[in-house]
Design a protein around this ligand. Structure first.
Ligand SMILES: Cc1ncc(COP(=O)(O)O)c(C=O)c1O
Length: 386
């Protein structure tokens, strides 16, 4: 057991003390003016942070609920969904379609790849395609998708199709201005960039998506967006909201607004750059073709079980990284820098990664990764929050 813990997993992520203190407060009744004010405030904060005039809805649930709601309310029988699958979370989109008997066209790519706009647009040009679902960050591989470019290509190929983006790990830490990039359905969970514990799902819905939703019979009762819309006019929810979690969310979003959403993006970009420089200096490879700003996925060499490296980091030093998922288990270390993460966390994480690699027989020069990360940080624009 180490003396202190440092959580560097791609969700759950670290929670600031200000948010934790809010979570310690007494329970209160949710059918009240207090709740309606809180819900409105959180939703307005999301509108500013996500740069949208759309409707961010907040559910008690995890990110998967937002994915399910985005699919089951938007694809009518006889219509199709296009789904990009290049990792575990793309596979989940496929599984949700299958669970509800929704016809799908899968753009299947090797793990670690990112789709080109043309690949997605080719799949979306069939007029029966009602919606296209992609990721901002595919957390299982650390890949970044070109949401802006894919959106433009899809709108050209099929102007009626909705663009659904799984931003569960990418939101807040990666650029994705919803209205400017034409994102109709933006799916999020609280336990990553939002600096919150798990428990809330967020789905932002555009005016274009609402038009489709009005005409589609939802496959789900709890995730029925028409029911949400009915209650939205009164700033309320159809079912019991997680009101105490939402109090904490309001504080977390306030902190994001205090830092400035664009500054938050700059911090994530800098920490990602520093982490990638550290990995390169250690002679290790990145797994994804196009790495993103919220987590760095490092391939471990053949013969090295990443699970052992991760175990040393956690048990000896208290630093938690994540292993690969599914077939990728044992082959990678997922080093996250999402949410409430500072430069100090990255430098500590890099130092512990080096120690843990060395303890498991990988020939790395201690300090090389840290020095490379420090160089990036030393040269950074001084206005970036560290
Ligand atoms: C990109 C992405 N999509 C979906 C999910 C599933 O979200 P949840 O576990 O909150 O239901 C995750 C979780 O890590 C994710 O990273």
């Amino acid at each position: 057991m180490a003396l202190k813990d440092l959580l560097l997993t791609p969700g759950p992520s670290q929670v600031p003390d200000r948010v934790k203190l809010e979570l310690a407060k007494p329970a209160w009744y949710h059918r009240s003016a207090r709740f309606r004010t809180l819900y409105k405030e959180c939703r307005e904060r999301f509108q500013r942070i996500f740069e949208t005039q759309g409707d961010p809805l907040i559910f008690a649930g995890s990110g998967t609920l937002a994915m399910e709601a985005a699919i089951v309310n938007c694809v009518a029988p006889g219509k199709k969904a296009v789904v990009v699958s290049a990792g575990k979370w793309g596979e989940r989109l496929v599984q949700i379609c299958d669970a509800f008997g929704i016809e799908k066209v899968v753009v299947k790519l090797e793990y670690g790849k990112s789709p080109t706009p043309q690949q997605v647009a080719d799949a979306a040009k069939d007029p029966a395609v009602a919606a296209v679902y992609i990721h901002l960050s595919e957390t299982s591989t650390g890949a970044k998708y070109d949401v802006k470019g894919i959106g433009e290509a899809v709108r050209k190929a099929n102007p009626n199709a909705l663009l659904g983006v799984d931003g569960i790990s990418g939101a807040i830490g990666m650029e994705c201005p919803l209205d400017a990039w034409g994102v109709d359905l933006f799916m999020c969970g609280s336990q990553k960039g939002m600096m919150m514990p798990p428990g809330l799902a967020v789905l932002s819905v555009s005016a274009k998506a609402w038009k489709v939703i009005e005409s589609v019979k939802s496959h789900s009762y709890y995730a029925c967006l028409k029911a949400c819309k009915k209650n939205l006019a009164a700033n309320d929810t159809p079912y019991t909201p997680a009101n105490t979690l939402m109090d904490a969310l309001n504080v977390a979003l306030q902190m994001i607004e205090e830092e400035g959403p664009r500054n938050v993006l700059a911090r994530h970009a800098l920490l990602a750059k520093a982490t990638r420089a550290g990995v390169a200096a250690l002679g290790l490879e990145l797994f994804p073709e196009h790495p993103n700003e919220v987590l760095t996925v490092i391939s471990t060499q053949a013969g090295v079980d990443s699970g052992n490296v991760i175990k040393t980091a956690r048990d000896r030093f208290g630093v938690t990284f994540a292993n690969g998922q599914g077939d990728m288990k044992g082959k990678m270390v997922r080093f996250a820098h999402m949410g409430y993460v500072s430069a100090t966390d990255i430098l500590a994480g890099m130092a512990v990664l080096e120690l843990s690699l060395k303890a498991n027989g990988v020939n790395v020069k201690l300090g090389a990764g840290v020095a490379a990360a420090q160089d990036v940080i030393a040269q950074a624009d001084k206005s970036v929050t560290l």
